[in-house]
Design a protein around this ligand. Structure first.
Ligand SMILES: *Cc1c(COP(=O)(O)O)cnc(C)c1O
Length: 405
């Protein structure tokens, strides 16, 4: 890109999109996609796709089923509903930010009867409130509980095993559906151990791929619910996608050829490193970011949205500065450091002055120590350049976490 008025002399070189999705696509994934179109009727592609299925399940920590859609996360959201719920069915939507709200709105738009529990914009799901809501549902009208594991807008991380325990304590049979679009392959998630019936995710965050593939993992209990529905729209029906007799049934049409090669490479990277090690890397890097943020916060301007570290995602961090300083900082980093930070979502509308007081750091997927330290050093430079008060020693505090854990 040419150096223009808005792009300073220090922004050349490789740019870094440090937003919470799409994330950085590794060269290994890009190279795997860079090939001639393969035959979709016979040969290597067909054998290769079969190998994706067990490797995806190993990331989700499930022995159940998975269906792949040519879709973004919204498509995966819709697929989960299409296979398990009929218009008029009631769902309990647990909301910790913009994404929980969006999934609940989609439920309403599909004719579902939505009961909402809102936990605000700085807290995870409170299992006790969920238990009370389920106990109050004496007739068992609630068919599904919708939980966002990490709400990307607020960076709140909810405890899914505690949520499962609350549902069990209430003795409620609803399906537990988890939106893991932000958290998949970043924050620990144990689908089978935590009794999650449906896990939805997408390709463009922790899976380190371009947007375009939506994944729905589903338990045998959810499969039973599907079998009980009178009609499921054919494109979204997961039955043959998860258990195809013919190759084309995986995708109900032409396979997303190049994305599939990209996914093969991404899964190889994840399993070469090890899922546990991937989670541990995200944890260490997230703690380095938090350490820096806590030091900057001593200056009185910057604030972390989630106070309790146990309630913070390792994939994304939501922050605020007095408006319009957050937008100024994002613009400064893009123009002067080649780093793009995420906008704030869910706290204000783009038309409101307050919009310019929120931003996010994405740290999901193909991220390492030098990328994190680079983003933090760039933010530090931006804070200084813009005369935003901040505590000193933040990058050193992050480096200490990288160095010593
Ligand atoms: C990104 C994201 C979505 C939306 O995914 P799209 O691919 O943009 O449709 C939904 N939920 C969460 C938690 C997300 O992070």
């Amino acid at each position: 890109m040419a150096i223009s008025d808005t792009q300073g002399a220090l922004a050349g070189g490789r740019s870094y999109l440090a937003i919470p999705g799409p994330s950085v696509v590794p060269d290994r994934v890009l190279n795997a996609m860079h090939r001639a179109s393969p035959n979709i009727y016979q040969g290597g592609l067909i054998d290769m796709v079969d190998t994706l299925i067990p490797d995806l399940k190993r990331v989700a920590r499930t022995k159940a089923h998975v269906a792949i859609y040519i879709a973004n996360g919204h498509g995966a959201w819709e697929a989960a509903f299409a296979n398990t719920l009929a218009p008029g069915d009631r769902v309990l939507a647990l909301i910790c930010g913009r994404f929980g709200q969006g999934w609940a709105q989609m439920a309403r738009d599909m004719g579902l009867d939505v009961e909402e529990l809102d936990f605000g914009r700085a807290s995870p799901i409170d299992p006790a409130r969920v238990e009370a809501a389920l106990r109050a549902d004496k007739e068992g009208r609630i068919k599904a509980v919708l939980a966002t594991h990490v709400d990307t807008s607020t960076s709140a991380l909810s405890d899914m095993s505690a949520l499962r325990a609350a549902m069990d304590a209430a003795g409620h049979p609803a399906l537990l559906m988890a939106d893991c679009i932000a958290s998949f392959a970043c924050d620990r998630f144990e689908m089978d151990e935590w009794g999650v019936d449906i896990l939805v995710t997408g390709s463009q965050k922790g899976l380190m791929m371009p947007p375009g593939l939506g994944l729905v993992f589903f338990s045998e209990k959810a499969a039973q619910v599907r079998r009980g529905l009178a009609r499921v729209s054919p494109y979204w029906d997961w039955t043959l996608r998860a258990n195809p007799d013919e190759f084309y049934q995986y995708f109900f049409g032409t396979a997303p050829t190049h994305h599939l090669y990209g996914m093969r490479a991404a899964l190889d990277m994840i399993h070469d490193e090890g899922v546990e090690a991937v989670w541990a890397r995200h944890d260490r890097l997230a703690r380095a970011i938090w350490a820096a943020c806590e030091v900057w916060a001593e200056g009185g301007a910057l604030k972390m949205n989630i106070i309790d570290p146990a309630q913070r995602s390792r994939a994304v961090t939501a922050l605020s500065l007095p408006a319009p300083k957050a937008s100024d900082l994002r613009a400064w980093l893009e123009a002067n450091a080649g780093v793009t930070l995420g906008v704030g979502l869910g706290f204000a509308m783009p038309s409101e002055p307050a919009w310019h007081g929120y931003f996010r750091i994405g740290h999901m997927g193909h991220v390492n120590a030098h990328m994190v330290l680079g983003v933090l050093g760039s933010i530090e430079a931006g804070l200084a350049a813009l005369d935003i008060p901040h505590g000193s020693g933040a990058v050193g505090a992050a480096a200490a976490v990288i160095a010593k854990g």
